[in-house]
Design a protein around this ligand. Sequence first.
Ligand SMILES: *[C@@H]1O[C@H](CO)[C@@H](O)[C@H](O)[C@H]1NC(C)=O
Length: 250
Amino acid sequence: MRPSTPGTTEYVSQRHSCVTSRAMEKLLFLLVLLRGSYCHTEAEDLSGKVFVFPRRSDVDNVKLIPSHYHSGLDAMTICLQFLSGDKDDSGQTIFSMATTDHHNSPLLYKHADRYMVYMPDTTVVFWGLPNELNKWQSFCFTWASNTGLVQLWVDGVGSGKQLAHREGHIKAEPSIIIGQDQDNYGGGFSEGNSFIGLIKDVHVWDKVITNCEIHRFENGSTFNPGNVMNWNRLDFKISGFAVLEKEKGC
Ligand SMILES: *[C@@H]1O[C@H](CO)[C@@H](O)[C@H](O)[C@H]1NC(C)=O
C-alpha cells in the first residue's frame, strides 16, 4: 500500500521562537512592522542531527541560510556528509547553490558511478571516487577562481583537478538548498533530480581549505568550521517534507 503523502505545507522547525507574552506584544508590534513576522529564526547547533529526505519529490527541500553574506565568492570549499541507498539512473542532487546570475553556482550531483560538478560555464565529471550505497560518505568540493581548479574529495580520496569558472565570481546572496536542484534562484525543482537519503555536517568556507583540514573533517577530528556556513550554528528552513532528526547511537 502506498503511504499517504504529506502535503506541501511548510514545516517551520521548533527553534523559531514565537514570543507569546502579552507584556512583550506592544514592543513586538514595532519589530513586526520591521520584520513582517512574529517568529524570528535563530541559528541552531545541529551537531548530532541529520536531515532526512525520505521520498523523491519536486517539493521537499531545506534552505540553508549562510551565517553572514559576503560580497560574493572567489573561492570556496563545501563539505558535508551524505548517505543514500538510491541508484536511479537520473542521479540526485547533493548540494545546490544558485545566484540570480546562474542556477548552477555550483550544483554538486551524484550518479551511481560518478559525480558531476555543474558550474556557470562548465560541467565536469569525476570518475572512480568512492560511491557506495547505504554508507555515510564524507564529501568535499573545492574551487578557486584564480586558477579555475575544482576538486572533489570523497571519504578522504582526492580526485584529479579539473577546470571550471576560471576568473569567475559567485555573486553575493546565493540561495543554498539541499534536497533539490535549483533550476532558477530558489526554485525550478524536479523530482528526477531530488535527493533521497540523509545529509549532515554541512560547512561552507570562502576559500580552499587545506588537504589536512579536509582529512580532519573526514576522520572526525576537530576542524575549523565553515565561515560562510557552519553546521554548529545554522539557520535553515524546511519546505515540503523533510525531517530533522537526532542521529541515534546504539
Ligand atoms: C585525521 O587527519 C588529520 C590530518 O591528516 C591527522 O592529523 C589526524 O591524526 C587524523 N586523526 C585520526 C583520528 O585519524
